[in-house]
Design a protein around this ligand. Structure first.
Ligand code: KIV
Ligand code: ZN
Length: 512
């Protein structure tokens, strides 16, 4: 069996999804879960992009030891310096350096000749090789690059010190057969190719990212890149959980495997979905709610007689458990701590008392406490430590048929000052959001609003996701509460707090 390395870019390419902006604590939480999932490499961000990106990449590199941590850099010396500062204390500092190679990008974006692109690539790889033990070099838009030029530049960067060569299908254009042929061509035409690992990086614009990644493996790639749930720019990246399970189920054919801990897939998928606010479609392969549901009578009958008639993946393989009632208001601290450990929530000992009191408070109001409830409240408490410019003190909303809905809100601001406003609207949410807008003294339009229950039952927790245009900047937020109006107010404030933080730590656009 060949071993295929998994390179996860949820925190970099995935975070480039429209409307996704993860904060420091969320990125750290996802990185810890990716380590449990046992991915080989975590691309933690783009250190030169902003102070916020730099800080999270540096912290992830310092903390994560079970996976190698990398960061992206354009072929610019200052990007490489920033990446080195962020990654140097990691277990195995690794740089991901890229430049665009296709004629479209050379002419319209870089405005460089082939010779100039080669010169920049070689110079920056050499510069980086003096600092980093491992350099991965990517030819952006490789799949629309002339094959002979691709082979030429790949040879040059290998000689300059690159250890991994990545062939991205940046715009999701290639077909599986053609993608495999690029790898074969490079293996036949690049003299130094045996000195490096070959990596596949596929986007899903034509829905072929997994098929393309598998074709690359068949043609000699030993590393595959992607994101959890396939999130990412436009139609997203290859979904790593789909790739790893496909390789596992069809190892008879591909004769290759990953070291991914497949039992952590379900948990990782739901964490990423929760923190990014990007819902997983019910029919999505491997992690969709219906992925293991058998609806038709014929199928149910078959599965009851023999599971393998219609089931090629077992739910247990990806760590799906039935989410039964686990704790209640009579549960003690010991049972609480044990359950957190069992479901993989890392909580430092000094925080247990506080979290236990949060749990008790909810358990008093809610009859059944499931693992999903526990994960949701613990996560919410951990994340509430993030920078908060505005905090919700109280809300009151009045609604009645034939009455004008009215909301009154009290917030505390950055200097702990109290802000109180009231306003009306045509519905309760509008009244609430009009009031919050008044408190902010900034115009905000609501671009999206979604509400989801955590688990089942009338007393289930409400999770609200919003997308706002706040003073001309797009931002998203999340709020959890037992009451839908409180969850809605929290989601709005969470979005505002994020945009204010982003303002403070401005990002530069990725432009190779
Ligand atoms: O898709 C792409 O080309 C990328 C590069 C930055 C590697 O994400
Ligand atoms: Zn990409």
């Amino acid at each position: 069996m060949r071993r295929i390395k998994i390179f996860d870019t949820t925190l970099r390419d995935g975070e480039q999804s429209a409307g996704v902006n993860l904060n420091f604590t969320e990125k750290l939480e996802i990185a810890r879960q990716l380590e449990r999932l046992n991915v080989d490499i975590i691309e933690a961000g783009f250190p030169a992009a902003s102070k916020g990106d730099f800080a999270s990449v540096a912290e992830i590199a310092r903390e994560i030891k079970g996976s190698s941590v990398t960061g992206l850099a354009r072929s610019v010396l200052t990007d490489i310096d920033a990446a080195w500062e962020a990654l140097r204390y990691g277990a195995e500092p690794r740089l991901h350096l890229f430049i665009a190679t296709s004629p479209i990008h050379r002419v319209h974006k870089l405005k460089q000749t082939k010779e100039e692109v080669v010169e920049t690539a070689v110079r920056t790889v050499k510069y980086a090789a003096a600092k980093f033990p491992v350099i991965q070099w990517s030819a952006e838009d490789a799949c629309r690059t002339e094959l002979d030029f691709l082979a030429e530049i790949v040879e040059e960067v290998i000689q300059a010190g690159a250890k991994v060569i990545n062939i991205p299908d940046t715009v999701g254009y290639i077909s599986p057969q053609e993608y495999g042929q690029i790898f074969t061509y490079l293996r036949e035409h690049v003299p130094s190719i045996s000195k490096v690992e070959l990596s596949a990086h596929c986007h899903d614009d034509l829905g072929m990212s997994i098929a393309n990644s598998l074709a690359a493996v068949s043609a000699g790639a030993s590393q595959v890149e992607g994101t959890i749930n396939g999130i990412g720019e436009r139609a997203g990246n290859a979904a790593l959980e789909e790739f790893a399970v496909a390789l596992h189920i069809r190892k008879d054919f591909y004769e290759a495997e990953t070291r991914m801990n497949l039992k952590e897939i379900s948990r990782t998928s739901s964490l990423v979905s929760k923190l990014t606010g990007m819902a997983v479609p019910a029919n999505k392969a491997v992690v969709g709610r219906n992925a293991f549901a058998h609806e038709s009578g014929i199928h149910q009958d078959g599965v009851l007689k023999e599971k393998t008639t219609y089931e090629i993946i077992s739910p247990e393989l990806v760590g799906l458990q039935n989410n039964s009632m686990v704790l209640g208001k009579h549960s003690g601290r010991h049972a609480f701590r044990n359950r957190l450990n069992e479901i993989g929530l890392s909580v430092p000992e000094h925080e247990i008392n506080h979290l236990f009191s949060v749990f008790k408070e909810l358990a008093d109001r809610k009859k059944e406490m499931t693992d999903d409830d526990l994960a949701a409240i613990i996560l919410e408490e951990k994340l509430s430590k993030e920078q908060q410019y505005y905090r919700l003190e109280s809300i009151q909303v009045q609604y009645g048929t034939n009455q004008v809905p009215t909301a009154t809100v009290t917030l505390s601001g950055c200097q702990n000052e109290k802000i109180q406003e009231a306003s009306t609207g045509s519905g309760s949410i509008e009244a609430l959001y009009n009031t919050l807008e008044k408190c902010m003294e900034e115009t905000a339009s609501l671009l999206d609003y979604r509400i989801q229950s955590v688990g089942a039952g009338r007393d289930a927790l409400a999770q609200v996701y919003v997308k706002l245009d706040f003073g001309g900047m797009e931002t998203s937020g999340r709020g959890l509460a037992q009451d839908v109006l409180e969850a809605s107010a929290k989601a709005y404030l969470n979005a505002v707090n994020r945009v204010l933080y982003m303002e403070e730590t401005k990002k530069v656009a990725v432009n190779g």
